[in-house]
Design a protein around this ligand. Structure first.
Ligand code: ATP
Ligand code: MG
Length: 179
């Protein structure tokens, strides 16, 4: 069977197991209070840039954009839980966006723009979606997850399969160790 000519893509950060488990536990706790659907543990991530549907033939150009990014490794500590009323999402986030993460997303966005791929107008706010269609904000807004050391970022394909969505990591780019 030939592959579809278009594909749905996004750039993301994937948590290590300890962080993932803490996020998954927070999701279950929030769902008990607010209902909705938890993100399965294996799908927990931070979206850096949502590309959306594009021609598969442009994958190479996209990878060149990512490979040109020069950013240092950083720690992303997930310390807060929040709720966005407009889309009814319970999320986990950091108190501040690390400068290296800001730089990573800015470079990626600028490189992709030169390829004619536009991102969102909104400022990037790093977050992990824990619960969708939640009816309320979680009562406790603090989150105790282990430190998240981020060594790389990834390009992910969002594949519709069996009525759901699967995420396949297509490529990974290491961040540079701090000097
Ligand atoms: P579904 O849409 O079926 O609920 P999903 O949201 O898990 O599944 P995608 O829609 O492919 O899968 O989204 C992949 C990632 O990109 C998710 O983190 C999602 O929040 C984010 N995303 C999706 N659409 C947009 C968008 N228009 N702008 C920014 N981020 C988006
Ligand atoms: Mg979606």
């Amino acid at each position: 069977m030939s592959e579809a000519p278009r594909t749905r893509l996004f750039f993301a950060l994937w948590p290590p197991v300890g962080v993932r488990d803490a996020l998954a536990a927070a999701a279950v706790k929030a769902q008990a209070q607010c209902a909705g659907r938890t993100t399965p543990a294996a799908k927990l991530h931070v979206t850096l840039f949502f590309v959306g549907e594009i021609e598969r033939a442009r994958l190479g150009a996209l990878q060149t954009c990512a490979a040109a990014v020069r950013a240092e490794r950083f720690a992303l500590d997930m310390e807060v839980l929040g709720y966005w009323r407009h889309n009814r999402i319970v999320w986990a986030g950091a108190r501040q966006c690390p400068p290296a993460l800001d730089s990573l997303v800015s470079q990626l966005t600028a490189n992709l723009a030169l390829e004619g791929i536009a991102g969102e107008d909104r400022r990037f706010v790093p977050h992990v979606t824990l619960v969708r269609s939640a009816r309320c904000a979680p009562k406790d807004t603090s989150l105790d997850a282990p430190p998240w050391e981020v060594p790389a970022f990834t390009l992910v394909e969002s594949v519709r399969a069996g009525g759901g969505v699967r995420y396949d990591v297509l490529a990974r780019w290491p961040l540079t160790p701090p000097l």
